[in-house]
Unconditional design. Structure first.
Ligand SMILES: Nc1ncnc2c1ncn2[C@@H]1O[C@H](COP(=O)(O)OP(=O)(O)OP(=O)(O)O)[C@@H](O)[C@H]1O
Length: 336
């Protein structure tokens, strides 16, 4: 494993600036997640590291070595794509063994066998080693695709939404397993997703990409609690952060220049109105272990998370107050 750096990388397709002046270090053994909406430049960033795209300017280094003159095959990276790309005519075993069979590796048959079985156990596909890869469920195929990357020990794993084609339950399971495997192996990993739960649960650091720019990078806790601007604040949190005009909800002293107040569940206090109602419950979504409270204050809608036994019902008048919310200026940047 190795440290990977991107130094002031830019990449355009015709007049579309896909990656803009991107500087990022993925430390040796670190799990970095790039989070951003569609078209933010996530896949392009991975492809630039893998050498599948050439930057217009800037430098990529792996283990301190400049990659400019190295072809993809010489870069010592393993790429997992969004859609499993297995060899359909081969068994699971042969798919996993394939990357190890290159003559340049000079691995013995015993060594290959040991490694294939070890990785098959890690991704829990060891019971299907003799199956043709086409005779697998989508989830099993994607396990094999991830396993095929893991049999090698490259400088860095590049993963492009590897769980996005799976159903929610399997995604949850594999998310945990991938994190465990990465920690056990001490792998360096750059993982791309637009799923905030994946980012929050797996990353050592999350980088937020917007229109090709790295807007903020930090630990999940830091990105959640101290978003640099409105864009970052809106990317994390379920339900979405409520963005309200300054002065709408009482209870907090906004700093000068505040245009927007950002209020998550933990920033809102709800009380049964005592003749001093300022808001109303619109409706309640029951999710089982918790509920979403939809409220309205002076024509603005808000949503917060509540316990399922919260003693309110649609139509109730309530008193809503703020508790240490986030403040943003007219330019969208956070005000401290
Ligand atoms: N080969 C290409 N030719 C032309 N434009 C491209 C090419 N690859 C990417 N782009 C453009 O570059 C921008 C960034 O694309 P990229 O695929 O990196 O985004 P992304 O964040 O990975 O999106 P998604 O989540 O949809 O995969 C987009 O506007 C895209 O249309």
């Amino acid at each position: 494993m190795a440290e990977v750096t991107l130094q002031s990388i830019s990449k355009s397709f015709a007049d579309n600036l896909a990656v803009q002046d991107l500087t990022l270090t993925i430390r040796d053994g670190e799990f970095v997640v790039l989070l951003g909406p569609t078209g933010a430049g996530k896949t392009t960033t991975l492809r630039l590291i893998a050498g599948l795209e050439k930057p217009d300017s800037g430098r990529v280094t792996i283990g301190g070595q400049d990659m400019a003159s190295l072809a993809p095959a010489s870069r010592d990276v393993a790429f997992v794509f969004q859609q499993y790309s297995l060899y359909p005519h081969l068994t699971v075993y042969e798919n996993l063994a394939f990357p190890l069979r290159s003559p340049a590796r000079r691995l013995s048959a015993d060594e290959i066998d040991r490694r294939v079985r070890e990785v098959a156990g890690m991704v829990r596909i060891d019971h299907k080693l003799e199956n043709r890869s086409t005779r697998l469920s989508g989830g099993e195929m994607q396990r094999v695709a991830i396993g095929r990357a893991l049999v090698r020990k490259p400088a860095i794993y590049l993963m492009d939404e590897p769980l996005s084609s799976l159903d929610a339950k399997l995604r949850g399971e594999l998310r945990l397993e991938l994190k465990r495997i990465q920690r056990d192996l001490g792998s360096t990993m750059l993982y791309v997703t637009h799923d905030q739960i994946e980012a929050m649960t797996m990353a050592d650091r999350i980088g937020i990409l917007d229109s090709g720019k790295l807007v903020q990078i930090g630990t999940p806790r830091d990105i959640y609690s101290n978003p640099a601007n409105l864009h970052v604040a809106a990317r994390l949190g379920q339900p979405h952060i409520n963005l309200l005009p300054a002065g709408l909800v009482p209870g907090a002293q906004a700093p000068p220049g505040t245009k927007t107040v950002g209020a998550r569940t933990e920033h809102l206090e709800i009380q049964a109105a005592n003749g001093n109602a300022n808001a109303q419950i619109d409706w309640i979504e029951h999710l089982g272990d918790q509920s979403h409270l939809h409220m309205r204050i002076a024509g603005h809608k808000l949503v917060t998370l509540a316990n399922p036994y919260v003693p309110v019902k649609p139509g109730d008048n309530i008193t809503l107050t703020l508790k240490d919310p986030l403040y943003f200026g007219a330019d969208g940047q956070r005000l401290m």
